[in-house]
Design a protein around this ligand. Sequence first.
Ligand code: HEM
Length: 416
Amino acid sequence: MYQRSVTTLDAHGGGADAAAVFEEFNQSVGTGRYSPYPMFAELRAAGAVHPGIPDLGITEQAEGAAPTFSVYSYDAVSEVLSDPATYSSIAYADVIGQVMGRSLIEMDPPEHRGYRLILQHAFSRSAMEGWKTQLVEPLLDEMVAELADEGRAELVSRILFTFPVRTIAGLIGLPPEMFPLFHRLAIELIALSVDWERAERAAATLADVFAEVLAERRRVPTEDMMSILAFAEHDGERLTNEEIFSFLRLLLPAGAETTYRSSSSLLLALLTQQDQLDMLVADPSLFSAAVDEGIRWETPLLIAPRSTTRDVVLAGTELPEGSSLLLSLGSANHDEGRWTDPEVFDLTRRRQTHVGFGLKAHNCLGQHLAKMETEALVRALLSELPGLRLDPDAEEPYIAGTLLRSPPRLDVVWDA
Ligand code: HEM
């Protein structure tokens, strides 16, 4: 499936260097024990929509800035996500768009739909079957085998982060010798809040990496994502190189960071609740429910931004045109109006749509990939690392972060 190309770019950049940047990034996201969920419950009880960002202690509107509101209930969040004409996604342009480049996540209808259609089939559930057997499972065999004899590891840095980054590298069609460089650039790009200029430099270097593979695929197409993008057309025109690079850069924060966080939190849930783990091992048909429940229970990406394109009333609150909205996906996924005991991870609960992957027009393009990767990863770890359990000599794991959440570390042992 992947044509190996020879690259002249510097392929170094993994190892200690990448580990240090990752640790810096981990610290910046927050490593303290903190749960926003009690505060979300209080806010939901007081109303669906609040001025400011009260869960972060911001209740005053900033002078001269657009009025800001936070949205906490499931119904109000889903109403906003379902109406992209009234609630624009343009706010992404000022955040990740500045570094990743302009991509579909910041587009509104009708432009968004056109771009989405040309990308959608590459991420369909059926397309995932091919990626599973040809990319994800062999990659996991290799990565888990590297660990298997050790008997003890910190899983977040050893496999949970690296695996989705490698998956994206394989999906794009990068040659394996580029993986270490891609790994480091991926961390530098998503750590834009730590060092903006370094992230911009990483974005430029990624464009060089992608350009070489793109030129090769334009000459000799294969079946990878780069080949699909190389020949994709929008309004009868081929995508420009910059449009392709922006989309591929977006896949790192959108696809790698979220996926490593969701699989880390799911493993924490399973390793701290033996009854849930036993149930899953006894009945592997529960894997899909476990992955979904993990994303509801500990929503990896807590917030989605929107802005109003007109005056509108949302759950009884008047929002003037041009207001900034922060949709609390985590709070919506714990709305007691929709889920009983929402704070509990329960893989047998009745499955209902949640907003961990967004909803409607902008719903997560990579959700089938994320689910497939997470399921394959947890299956491989449980089967190849027998007796997998928390390391009794390490600090008890916990989940951290305000905007993106997951355990900073997951120290485990197994019977090697
Ligand atoms: C558990 C893992 C993941 C989570 C929790 C997640 C979450 C989300 C959410 C909440 C959105 C909607 C944002 C909004 O409406 O403002 C979104 C959109 C998106 N996601 Fe994911 N995502 C995950 C994995 C992935 C993967 C693996 C990829 C691709 C490799 C991906 C690519 C995208 C893209 C391209 C969009 C933008 C779609 C659009 O604007 O039409 N995501 N994701």
